[in-house]
Design a protein around this ligand. Structure first.
Ligand SMILES: [Zn+2]
Length: 168
């Protein structure tokens, strides 16, 4: 349900990128032509691509990640926070499968990513999470997304205590 809601929101926000998928030219009817399943898959694909961008930016800045093999694991939680017309931030928990060149087994690691959109520009933040790490975030808490874990060390937008959703 969570994923589906957000997929719809994102679809509405980024109409252009979805036009390829739509058979109708009548934009108001486009939505009806996609099944719920397609919407979930579109949303998942879009979000997976976004967190991979964040992850790659993270590895580029992180010397001890070089030479690692990695694969996207799965998207666990996500929460979109709309602060105002000019600023949204989207938090994600996802897993990556990692492998050292010297080892034969893959290990699964938990990551946090933030994609912030401010004045039309995207900013990415990504970092690994320890299993018990649980930093505070007003944005996700206000929306009841309590399972989403945040870095205890910060580095992301925590929102503000009063923010509610949806912003109108
Ligand atoms: Zn959050």
């Amino acid at each position: 349900e969570e994923l589906r809601r957000s997929a719809k929101e994102y679809r509405a926000e980024s109409e252009e990128s979805y036009h390829d998928d739509c058979r109708s030219n009548d934009s108001d009817d486009d939505y009806e032509e996609l099944s719920d399943q397609q919407i979930i898959e579109n949303g998942r694909k879009w979000m997976s691509e976004e967190v991979m961008i964040a992850f790659k930016k993270y590895t580029e800045n992180c010397a001890d990640q070089t030479g690692l093999d990695y694969q996207f694991g799965e998207l666990l939680h996500q929460c979109l926070n709309v602060e105002n017309y000019y600023k949204t931030f989207h938090h994600f928990n996802f897993t990556m499968k990692m492998k050292d060149p010297t080892s034969s087994g893959w290990r699964v690691e938990l990551y946090f990513a933030e994609i912030m959109q401010m004045f039309g520009k995207k900013h990415y933040f990504c970092c690994p999470l320890e299993s018990l790490e649980d930093g505070h975030c007003y944005g996700c808490k206000n929306q009841g997304v309590n399972d989403l874990k945040h870095p205890a060390t910060g580095g992301f937008d925590q929102g503000c205590p009063a923010s509610t959703f949806p912003y109108m």
